[in-house]
Design a protein around this ligand. Structure first.
Ligand SMILES: NC(=O)c1ccc[n+]([C@@H]2O[C@H](COP(=O)([O-])OP(=O)(O)OC[C@H]3O[C@@H](n4cnc5c(N)ncnc54)[C@H](O)[C@@H]3O)[C@@H](O)[C@H]2O)c1
Ligand SMILES: [Fe+2]
Length: 384
């Protein structure tokens, strides 16, 4: 038994961003709300002129300077309504896509982020047309119905989601990631790898998510180091965009202990999401190994480190070793210690994890306080 929610249209290729005006026109929209980074003026100007060519007006929302909190989203929602926009475009990474995704939903539904995120309020109306144009290759947020938002009232970073919140159209244009700095290429790449691996071993994995996950792992194995060391290599950038997208499709199977830790701790210690995933991914694999040995052996195949004469256990360990090798080759972080502040205490951390991602039941090793404690302790140990 499984359910999968996918975008209506996926467009992949160099310069495909140029199609955005015609697409919006076909849907009959008149005024677009464009979410971009504060420094994204040139990107917005390009989209603005593509829209103008088709007689479509637009406004820019430049507020997404960091991973989104609910204040930013409420400001966006109010602007969307004030300006009478009728469609949403996101040009950016997960932060921008999640902002636009939630702004569109709230613009036509009642209430605030908090209502949907903390109190189970139901989405009743279909959001306006939403086009997602990623500029990072990591979150796969363009392929998910989920938005991750920091709640300013309680400091918790939590998801809200609905089937109708997924982007209607995704444009994957590898040109847009050519300027992604090395540090961000590494972090976002480790996020994509975490989605692919965590979803593949998830207890809720389906044949569909497994297929997406394995292909994503193969592409990351092939292209992440190249994208990092040769930032102008379009083939590698395209491979990573696709890998990230497929990771987003796969993660509908549910996140595991790497994300269960990375999401709340990223918010507490102000660690970019991908860096937090980088620290926790191999730890998650080690903790889960006895519960998903065969699957990790399969992952070893996708990572090209499978030895047909060796046991599943040995191949699973080869897979973990390869993930650590990729991480080292791109200088992605492997230890939590440099980010740690004196507070909160470990007991408070366990409590925060329990209140944010603690309800998740699809990690191969059952989630409990001991697992959270072990993952935290291992993340503080550099040798891991
Ligand atoms: N909705 C989902 O399904 C989902 C899944 C995973 C993560 N997330 C969320 O996504 C957020 C992280 O998104 P992200 O990792 O894509 O990073 P991001 O969107 O936060 O961007 C990080 C930085 O990269 C810069 N940047 C982005 N594209 C660039 C480019 N092409 N050239 C130069 N600089 C560029 C931005 O200016 C920003 O400073 C987190 O809040 C995370 O929780 C969402
Ligand atoms: Fe993630």
């Amino acid at each position: 038994m499984f359910e999968l929610v996918n975008n209506r249209q996926l467009i992949f290729g160099e310069n495909k961003i140029n199609e955005v005006g015609k697409l919006i026109k076909w849907y009959g929209c008149k005024k677009a709300f464009c979410a971009v980074y504060p420094e994204g003026e040139h990107v917005y100007n390009k989209v603005k002129s593509l829209l103008e060519e088709e007689g479509i007006a637009s406004i820019s929302f430049y507020k997404v300077g960091k991973e989104p909190d609910m204040h930013i989203i409420h400001e966006g929602r109010d602007l969307f309504k004030l300006e009478n926009c009728d469609c949403t475009i996101a040009i950016g990474g997960g932060s921008v896509i999640d902002t636009a995704k939630t702004v569109g939903m709230l613009a036509v539904n009642e209430g605030n982020v908090d209502d949907y995120q903390m109190h189970g309020k139901e989405v009743k109306k279909e959001p306006p047309l939403f086009i997602a144009i990623p500029t990072t290759s990591g979150t796969g947020a363009e392929a998910t119905k989920t938005s991750v938002v920091t709640n300013n009232d309680n400091g918790l970073k939590k998801s809200l989601y609905h089937t109708s919140m997924i982007a209607d159209i995704v444009i994957l244009d590898p040109n847009l990631t050519l300027g992604l700095p090395k540090r961000l290429t590494a972090a976002t790449g480790m996020d994509a790898l975490s989605h692919a691996i965590e979803s593949y071993v998830s207890l809720n994995a389906s044949p569909m998510t497994e297929m997406f996950g394995l292909k994503s792992i193969e592409l990351i194995n092939q292209y992440l180091e190249k994208a990092y060391h040769k930032p102008d290599n379009l083939e590698a950038r395209g491979g990573m965009m696709l890998a990230s997208y497929l990771g987003g499709c796969a993660i509908t199977a549910g996140i595991g202990i790497a994300h269960i830790m990375a999401q709340p701790l990223g918010a507490i210690y102000h660690i970019p999401h991908g860096d937090a995933c980088s620290i926790f991914l191999p730890i998650a694999m080690e903790l889960n190994l006895p519960y998903a040995t065969k699957k990790y052996a399969k992952i070893a195949e996708a990572l090209h480190v499978y030895d047909s004469t060796a046991s599943n256990q040995k191949n699973a360990m080869n897979a973990i070793q390869r993930v650590k090798e990729i991480r080292a080759a791109i200088d992605a972080p492997n230890c939590l210690t440099p980010y740690i502040k004196n507070s909160p205490t470990i007991d408070e951390i366990i409590d925060i994890v329990k209140r944010t991602t603690g309800h998740i039941t699809c990690n191969p090793k059952p989630l409990n306080e001991q697992l959270i404690f072990d993952a935290f302790r291992m993340a503080c140990d550099k040798s891991k």
